[in-house]
Ligand binder design. Structure first.
Ligand SMILES: [Ca+2]
Ligand SMILES: [Ca+2]
Length: 209
């Protein structure tokens, strides 16, 4: 009569990784012989991953980008006991104006990977500001009823290097004797307009006789 057994028992659950199985045989006199062999359990199953929904953000104040953090919202699971590694491209942080596609990938210890994507949209909601000149005093040509006046009005915007500045009346206007109020407005490329807040300044034209 020979007794046989293995460690671990046949039918045991073996987890991912390398295992050594040792089997024994023993006769009635206690003489024992053993042999061993290796079993490698492979992980062929990629992780699961879930991405957040599309993110829409206004640029940070006075900045031409927005800081956006999302790594904490990307979730991944794996069939193995190890937490998958998550990497996103581009990484979280600064995003410039427009639509950006972010692709995240979860990789398990065996190198299986699975990805997901989501959109990031950054827009400009900040109005430009205007710096207007001081009051201008112009001298009228004695033979003319009025005169043109030159001035420089500067607009500044967080995202547009050269916002459009328009003044009314404009520099083609013939200013007549007296005081004329000039109103200027700056608009950035997202059509935010500087007169919405308190940046509408009005230089006063005083035409000297
Ligand atoms: Ca896996
Ligand atoms: Ca702007």
């Amino acid at each position: 009569m020979v007794r046989q057994w293995c460690d671990p028992d046949p039918g045991s659950i073996l987890y991912i990784g390398d295992h050594i199985i040792v089997c024994y045989a023993e006769d009635n006199h206690g003489n024992q012989e053993s042999c061993s062999f290796g079993v490698e359990v492979l992980d062929n199953e990629p992780p699961s991953i879930s991405c957040p929904g599309r993110k829409v953000r206004s640029m940070d104040w006075d900045q031409d980008n927005a800081q956006i953090w999302f790594l904490g919202e990307v979730q991944a699971w794996d069939n193995s006991e190890y937490q998958p590694i998550i990497e996103c491209n581009p990484r979280e942080g600064y995003f410039s104006m427009g639509e950006t596609e972010v692709e995240c990938t979860a990789t398990d210890q065996a190198g299986n990977e699975r990805g997901c994507k989501f959109g990031v949209n950054v827009y400009d909601s900040q109005q430009p500001t205007i710096v207007c000149p001081s009051d201008i005093y112009a001298k009228r040509d004695p033979d003319e009823a009025g005169t043109n006046v030159d001035w420089a009005v500067q607009g500044w915007d967080n995202a547009d290097d050269s916002p459009d500045v328009n003044c009314r009346p404009d520099q083609q206007h013939v200013f007549l004797f007296g005081t004329t109020t000039v109103s200027c407005v700056a608009a950035d490329e997202s059509n935010n307009r500087g007169f919405v807040n308190s940046t509408w300044k009005s230089p006063i034209m005083m035409l000297l006789p």
